[in-house]
Design a protein around this ligand. Structure first.
Ligand SMILES: [Zn+2]
Length: 308
């Protein structure tokens, strides 16, 4: 799929040795969160003690307490940090993603529900991390539909059960794929597609698309447009949006083979996970640290699911 073959740097034994106890994991998290040491936000130059039994730092002067995991996805979780670290490691480094059933079994989690919630929070951290970037330069774009499996009754009541997304792939200087983003769309009409383009792609970029009229509007918003004019020759259109076609077919295989299809309301999160891994495929050695950092700095999940 790409010229540079990403090597798989899975060193399970190294990881196991490195993060062998809860305390080591907590120390690692604290060091990442407060590289210059934990300080009290109220008192200058005050020392803090770590209260081992309660896993909390306390200021000697004002007795303010600082929980190392407060504000992170791990806060108030009953799952040991060690297992969280493993889940992050597996989700960050596995080329094809991991199913939540696999996570539950490998980590010995009490229930599938717990594994699911952990996966969901990690996925949200991934989505938040990527949402701060915008694509630029030459960007292939298209609208794709995800899903569609449903019972006849569902089809009758809720339409076709597919979710439209804008897919955008930034090309590198050699014409290969660099970064990938997805944006959920309400419809594939211009009033929804154009704002999605503006959110994900920097103004002034060149958009490569099929001949859809949506992109004429995008041109008025300051984008250059390179459309496939070979509408009667599908092979050329295919070549024009080469990376989108390859990535979309990988994506669909990933959703079906790893996750056996995904409920509509979670499609966005699963696509974000797919894009997150794709965007970091050349940095496998940093995969764990980067995702742990994202998990520490993510806003707690905006869903009533924070009890994993
Ligand atoms: Zn203090």
């Amino acid at each position: 799929m790409t010229k540079k073959k990403p090597y798989n740097d899975i060193r399970l034994l190294d990881f196991q040795d490195k993060f062998s106890t809860e305390q080591i994991c907590l120390d690692y998290l604290v060091k990442m969160r407060w590289p210059d040491g934990v300080t009290c936000s109220h008192c200058i130059d005050s020392k803090l003690d770590f209260i081992q039994t309660r896993k909390v730092f306390e200021c000697r002067q004002c007795h303010r307490q600082i929980y190392p995991t407060a504000g992170t996805i791990f806060h108030k979780s009953r799952v040991p940090l060690r297992k969280w670290f493993w889940a992050i490691y597996l989700m960050a480094t596995s080329k094809k993603g991991v199913s939540m059933l696999y996570l539950q079994k490998q980590l010995g989690l009490g229930s599938y529900h717990t594994a699911w919630l952990m996966g969901h929070k990690i996925r949200q951290a991934m989505a938040q991390r990527d949402s701060i970037y915008t694509l630029s330069g030459t960007v292939e774009t298209d609208e794709i539909l995800i899903g569609g499996k449903q019972s006849l009754d569902e089809r009758r009541s809720k339409g076709d059960n597919k979710t439209p997304f804008l897919i955008a792939v930034e090309e590198n200087s050699q014409g290969g794929p660099r970064f990938l983003s997805f944006e959920e769309l309400e419809t594939i009409y211009e009033e929804h597609v154009v704002p999605a383009i503006k959110k994900n792609i920097r103004t002034g970029s060149t958009i490569k698309s099929d001949g859809s009229g949506v992109y004429i509007k995008a041109q008025k918003e300051g984008y250059k447009h390179e459309r496939s004019v070979e509408m009667k020759e599908p092979e050329k259109t295919h070549e024009h949006l080469k990376w989108i076609n390859i990535i979309t077919s990988n994506l669909k295989r990933y959703l079906l083979s790893t996750h056996h299809g995904v409920f509509p309301k979670y499609r966005k999160a699963f696509l974000a996970e797919f894009a997150y891994r794709f965007n970091r495929r050349y940095w496998p050695r940093q995969a764990f640290d980067r995702l742990l950092y994202a998990c520490i700095n993510a806003d707690p999940a905006p869903l009533p699911v924070l009890t994993a």
